[in-house]
Ligand binder design. Structure first.
Ligand SMILES: Cc1ncc(COP(=O)(O)O)c(C=O)c1O
Length: 408
């Protein structure tokens, strides 16, 4: 055995423990797509899906993808530099118009979109300023930029959602140009970015704001244009990055900015230039969902929000702690890794899938079950989840009223 086998064995201790206890929750092989699916014939409703508008399996979306296969097949065998299609260009034009930016660029994943944006725009004249609860794609883009020979930017963090903390960093930064990176909705806590205050500080200090709106695009704002529409801030953030892997039914990244900023990213972002083109069936699926948002966005968003209001009201009235959440992403806080794994397994055995989020996704003591409400969940499904959470969450003492106060 070489050192790499020893390292792997050691690194997998927690995974082995969870498997031996029969509560390992990850990589379950679904037998169909959609929020109602099965594993080895065991049926369940998925509350960990990011298909927030429930459009991923819509017949029109599947038909569009099938038609695109006949023309373009499933791959273009090269990167966008050599393999751009009319479908990519048309969708980029439509996305720019819909979100109100000069230009859009489609990448192969949202992760690559953010890594590419940061690595191509940040250099030694830049201070990158990150919220301390930033998603991995923001952190990794920053790490790549910081490791680029001769270009490394300064890297600073500010306290989560605190405009005051951001301002303190802006006052003491050491490079001339500031780029501030935030999210529309923080995906593990389900809380919105405090962008009104953050935009105002960025404008005062001439800092470029980059908003990752992966979870807000199609879910926030009356028409679904995201956090900027929701907060009345459209036109005040120069760069937005988003994804097709939630509302847009597939996979793929979106970068929105001015024409020249997009063209610079398009020619210099290594994660874009050196990775293969997003397949056209996926582009066709996203284009179909964009049409649905253009035609019926108001109703689609309101149906999602109505489900979210219902579930939030019921969870709160039953005494569950939803942490920082103020959106359709509602983590049920468990604050104990073992309990989170056991509760997940008991719910799964009864037909409800809520993935536990544990370290390193969150700090030890912050463990939770990820509950994502979508437009596609029915009241009956949410009702079943609530009654099981009531019964099993009570048994695991995760609700405030179930917790026995420690002896004085
Ligand atoms: C906040 C945030 N940004 C970016 C991404 C990456 O998106 P994609 O799945 O398209 O790579 C995700 C997905 O997990 C996310 O939650």
């Amino acid at each position: 055995m070489s050192w790499i086998d020893d390292k792997a064995h050691e690194g997998l201790a927690r995974v082995r423990e969870a498997r031996e206890a029969g509560v390992y929750p990850f990589f379950r092989p679904f037998e169909t797509g959609g929020i109602r699916t099965s594993v080895a014939g065991h049926h369940f409703v998925n509350f960990s899906s990011n298909d927030y508008l429930g459009l991923t399996t819509h017949p029109k979306v599947k038909e569009a993808a099938k038609r695109a296969i006949d023309v373009f097949a499933c791959g273009l065998s090269s990167s966008r530099v050599q393999a751009t299609t009319t479908a990519h260009v048309e969708l980029e034009e439509r996305l720019a118009k819909y979100f109100g930016f000069e230009k859009a660029l489609i990448t192969t994943t949202g992760y690559q979109a953010m890594v590419g944006t940061v690595m191509s725009l940040a250099d030694r004249d830049t201070t990158l300023i990150l919220d301390n609860l930033s998603h991995a794609c923001i952190l990794d883009g920053t790490f790549v930029a910081a490791g680029s020979p001769g270009r490394a930017p300064e890297v600073r963090f500010f306290n989560h959602n605190s405009a005051k903390s951001l301002e303190r960093v802006l006052k003491t930064k050491e490079r001339p140009n500031a780029m501030v990176l935030v999210e529309g909705i923080y995906s593990l806590d389900g809380d919105m970015g405090h962008l009104k205050e953050i935009v105002e500080v960025c404008e005062r200090y001439n800092a470029v704001l980059v908003v990752d709106d992966a979870h807000g695009s199609g879910t926030l704002g009356v028409h679904g244009r995201g956090i900027l529409e929701h907060l009345g801030l459209e036109g005040r953030a120069p760069i937005v990055v988003s994804t097709f892997s939630k509302v847009f039914g597939g996979i793929g990244g979106i970068i929105l900015a001015s024409t020249e900023v997009i063209e610079l990213i398009q020619h210099t972002a290594r994660s874009f230039v050196f990775s293969a083109t997003l397949p056209v069936p996926i582009v066709a699926a996203a284009a179909t969902i964009l049409t649905m948002l253009e035609d019926d966005g108001v109703a689609l968003v309101e149906e999602l929000q109505a489900n979210a209001r219902y579930m939030r009201g019921e969870l709160v009235s039953r005494g569950f702690d939803l942490g920082l959440s103020d959106t359709h992403i509602m983590p049920v806080m468990v604050r104990d890794e073992r309990k989170a794994m056991i509760l997940h397994q008991m719910l799964y055995d009864r037909g409800i899938y809520m993935v536990p989020i544990t370290y390193p996704g969150v700090k030890p003591g912050e463990e939770r079950l990820r509950v994502n409400i979508t437009r596609g969940h029915t009241r009956e499904e949410m009702g079943l989840a609530l009654s099981l959470l009531d019964e099993l969450g009570g048994a695991c003492e995760i609700r405030k009223q179930d917790q026995v106060a420690p002896a004085p």
